[in-house]
Write a protein that binds this ligand. Sequence first.
Ligand code: 5GP
Ligand code: MN
Length: 338
Amino acid sequence: MGKPLNLIRGVNMKRIDDLKNVKTAAIGGHMRPDGDCVCSCLALYHYLKKELPGARVDVYLEEPPAPFHVLEGIEDIKSEFNTDETYDVFFALDCNDERLGDALPVFRRAKRRVNIDHHISNTGCGDVNIIETEKSSTAELLYELMEPELVDEAIAKAVYVGIAHDTGVFRYSNTSPRTMQIAAELLKFGFDFSKLIEETFYEKTYFQTQIMGRAILGSVRFMDDRCIVSMVSRRMMEFYCVGPKDLDGIVNYLQGVRGVDCAIFMYETGTLEYKVSMRSNGSVNVAEVAVKFGGGGHVRAAGCTMNGTYHDNINNLSREIAAQLGWESTRRTSKTQQ
Ligand code: 5GP
Ligand code: MN
């Protein structure tokens, strides 16, 4: 194993040469930030404050889900993006620029742009791009870029929680031997990892549990039961007093149904507009499906935003999924056989 790359000096030496003069740095992640995104931003925030002691470091993110408030530094996150500031460097984490949302103009204006991500659909939007798709998470990728002696407990906790979220607590196939090694290194800091995972990953509010139950109850299987779909409307969200942040995990539950190759979950975001989440067991490349509709992600977990009615969206998605599975409806097959 080679010596880990020092993020700042490493980037400096290899691709850009003026990061050591950075006086202002910004960090941003994707809209509706998930565990890996929030934790990557926090880990890099703590790290840069040590690496660049004279610099001001700002983090721009939409308000993170409540459970992440147990992490150090979360209160420093700025959710108000209208700033005229021209940062010396802007780090876009866990996404490409399209998903930075309101932080996009700040990113574009920055003197240097660094993009660090692990999404297969990201082609890189920075002057420097560190896109490593074999990494379980952006948090894991960042950890590999850090100088080990600068990693402290706050960074360790953030990296650990970030990895845990993107691997479904070390369960998904993106978990590598190195992921487990890193987790072991992080546990040596002695924090209460069990409590952290319980609070940020498993624990749900009563209403979150209710809406999950409602979504599962309303799920429908199709394509010879190889696919499953469920939808939550804006009216349902109002009824159960929940928002988009409260719907995490539903699609994973659907994917857990025996015999299902691909799970689709949608929630209504506007008139004839749905946010789509897809999961697969590997027999469908859902990133490819999502990219066709302007989204992206990973082979087994991806998403996009779609316009149209719920049924039109299912039809459009299932056409792509069926093509990948080589599935033809019995009706169609018997017709062509006639
Ligand atoms: P989720 O279904 O949990 O929202 O997202 C699954 C994966 O797909 C995550 O890695 C997420 O970053 C990515 N993803 C979800 N929605 C979009 C989207 O609209 N565009 C892109 N590029 N990636 C997405
Ligand atoms: Mn991620």
